[in-house]
Design a protein around this ligand. Structure first.
Ligand SMILES: NC(=O)c1ccc[n+]([C@@H]2O[C@H](COP(=O)([O-])OP(=O)(O)OC[C@H]3O[C@@H](n4cnc5c(N)ncnc54)[C@H](O)[C@@H]3O)[C@@H](O)[C@H]2O)c1
Length: 339
């Protein structure tokens, strides 16, 4: 295949094409958000339930006359070989009474059917993992695909960081886009806010808080961080699932990749010695461009934050170390077609 858009990438990908594997709540909301974004001219939807992918493609495509011309269709793995970004949202969500480890095993086995389909077709796009537990599944996708480290990204704490900014914006009555703060570590219970580097338009957060009449920093930080961490639980309790916020987070990551923005986003990717952490995926502020991860940004953390980051990495390592990466003898396609 001829190289497209040589100015942005040397890989055989069409930067105008994106694939979404898994068309449940998260996959279909993501497709809708991407359709509205105008970033892509082709969106391929894949689901083990092909008729669901077809239904979503039909429904979303009926909105095309209100946006920019594009194609959205249900396809199979042969259709995504030249996709510049392959988003994976396939997988079970946690059920009441189910342990986290059980969810991991369920979704790892789903990934064992999806990732080989992608790597055997020598896809050269960026893999963007959204399924949970996202850090573990990003690690699994990295191991199973054999892709270069920069081309496997998890949506990580991009959503949690947006939640943090949105809550700080309410707390301070200020535009959330002017807040610079990150949630780092695991996308989950051990995540932490990097308070010591947080700022509003260059003014350290605590100073800005005082300017806006808030002086009880420890209490506010604790409260806001808990609210961010518990957001998903609170939403799931009320409406059974979360999907719009994450769809917007995925759209933002896609934008950074498709437009080679080199934006700093708290995506999850393989740690390679930063803060002494290796062989585990977690979120840190990262420069994201057309080749995926360009570089992690070594923001300064205080002692307490370092301790929490190490604990977060440890929690992930414990789960990752129990994983089995062997693939079944015969792999069948998620669309049911064997090669
Ligand atoms: N990273 C985040 O911030 C974030 C936020 C919300 C949800 N999630 C996660 O996203 C995932 C999807 O959530 P949802 O609410 O859309 O679930 P859902 O049950 O609505 O959808 C999952 C979809 O995956 C499909 N699927 C299952 N196995 C497949 C396979 N082998 N190949 C292709 N498709 C397959 C199913 O048919 C279904 O359509 C869950 O793991 C959830 O925890 C992540």
């Amino acid at each position: 295949m001829e190289k497209l858009h040589k100015n942005l990438t040397d890989r055989n990908v069409d930067i105008r094409k994106v694939a979404i594997i898994g068309c449940g709540f998260v996959g279909s909301s993501t497709a809708f958000a991407l359709m509205e974004s105008g970033l892509f001219s082709e969106i391929v939807l894949i689901d083990v339930d092909h008729s669901r992918a077809e239904g979503e493609a039909m429904d979303i495509s009926h909105g095309i006359p209100f946006v920019k011309p594009m194609k959205i269709y249900a396809g199979d793995y042969d259709d995504i070989v030249d996709a510049s970004i392959i988003i994976i949202t396939a997988g079970a969500a946690q059920k009441p009474g189910e342990t986290r480890l059980q969810l991991v095993q369920k979704n790892v086995s789903i990934f064992k059917s999806i990732i080989p389909e992608i790597s055997r077709r020598k896809c050269e796009g960026v893999l963007l993992i959204v399924s949970n537990p996202v850090d573990i599944l990003t690690y699994v996708a990295q191991k199973l695909s054999g892709f270069p480290v920069n081309r496997v990204i998890g949506s990580g704490t991009v959503l949690d960081t947006a939640r943090l900014k949105s809550m700080l914006s309410e707390h301070l009555d200020i535009d959330s886009r002017t807040v610079h703060a990150f949630i780092i570590g695991e996308h989950g219970d051990s995540e932490l806010a990097a308070w010591s580097s947080a700022a509003v338009s260059g003014v350290p957060l605590s100073k800005f808080c005082e300017m806006r009449g808030h002086f009880n920093h420890d209490e506010s930080e604790r409260h806001i961080q808990e609210m961010v961490k518990n957001s998903a639980y609170e939403i799931i309790e009320r409406k059974k699932a979360t999907y719009y916020g994450v769809a917007m987070a995925v759209r933002r990551i896609c934008e950074a990749i498709a437009r080679d923005e080199k934006s700093i986003l708290s995506v999850s990717s393989l740690m390679q010695g930063q803060y002494g952490l290796k062989d585990i995926c977690l979120s840190m502020p990262t420069i994201v461009g057309s080749d995926g991860v360009e570089e992690k940004v070594p923001i300064s953390l205080d002692e307490d934050e370092i301790t929490k980051l190490m604990a977060s990495a440890e929690a992930l390592k414990e789960i990752a170390s129990a994983l089995d990466f062997s693939l079944p003898e015969i792999e069948s396609g998620a669309d049911g077609n064997e090669e």
